[in-house]
Design a protein around this ligand. Sequence first.
Ligand code: JFZ
Length: 418
Amino acid sequence: MPHGLHSHRTSTARLAEFRDQRFGLFIHWGLYALAARHEWVKQRELLTDEHYQRYFDHFDPDLFDPEAWADAAAGAGMRYMVLTTKHHDGFCLWDSSLTDYSVAHTPYGKDLVGPIVAAFRLKGLGVGFYHSLIDWHHPMFPVDGLHPAYASGVSNEGRDITKYQAYLHGQVEELLTRYGQIDTMWFDFSYSTRKRNGALTPGGKGAADWRSEKLAALVRRLQPGILINDRLGIPGDFRTPEQFQPPGPVDAAWEACQTLNGSWGYDRDNLDWKPVDLLVRMLVDAVSKDGNMLLNVGPDGRGVFEPRALATLRGIGDWMRLHGRSIHGAGPASFEAPPDCRYTQKGDRLYVHLFAWPYKHLHLPGLAGRVRYAQLLNDASEIRTLVPDPSVDSGHTKLGALPEETLTLQLPVRRPDV
Ligand code: JFZ
């Protein structure tokens, strides 16, 4: 889309679209992909700027192929993506006029954000930007307890946060004026003076430090209808539970951000890969509670999604191809689901997701007389209901005393997909 050609949608329309999309791809990519041991490596290992420079000097993703990323996302049934334009290390994936600490000055030498945005749009996917409020590179960002230089006792003399604010706001303006319509702005993050390692860590930062009200107003002026997340220290348009599935209903729009393996940045030696069926259950669980799931991939230093990530996305895609109807455009149901089940609903279709396959019968409380027809979603095969035979003394639905309103379905003994 040509720059500046935005459809002026309302935030209500955009929020409805966000809820319909349900499933998105989070992309954490930056210099830390070369270290290949978590995106917080600079802070975790207290790496100096001088040491961290080696990743900048060697950043050259020769296999970068954003169409392949967009294919993987679309194939998994994802409807949008959120890209780290800058993470806490301060490295920028676009050619910012406000700093030389960007991809444009690495061996790769050119903008990455534009091609990524274009590839995802071409596939019909929505586009969002993750942008770090924290910046461990900017010389005006006051060192606090989360900063890699904190332990070395660097002084904050001369660090003027108002100068950093101008930089932050200026960069957000670049991002929201150079790449056409952006659907979501995902800021990260605000933190109070918190306890770490048993000691109080000074220097929490929040809305006053980011000038969040002004920043949010800027974002909304440049991109009417855009959604802003909830990490600016002021209320946002949606909540962002982190590696956490809310146990019950949430009184706002929300999106659980989840990892494939516990790390956001590419993490070569990681062994904590979540199996496909767990990720599918997490997605179903989110939708059953009116939430979205933003699932992360950390591309490697050559610009590639590693084989395990691709295999996982393909596995999810296999499920979504058959069951995506119960996810996209679907939401919670007004009935209480039986144990080990989740309900999602779209219009008058109720989808029962079974997290554990029961033996032969599925008892659905409150649904007797309310279901015209039941079928398996994967193959559209009819599911018959169990009608108790009153002429049989030991009529088995009487055993265990089901309430009158319970509908009992007859399932095949074997789960159809295994
Ligand atoms: C942040 C980042 O530090 C992390 O690297 C990643 O980008 C993730 C998506 O977001 O991590 C956070 C931020 C906030 C909380 C927890 C982790 N929080 O408020 O609990």
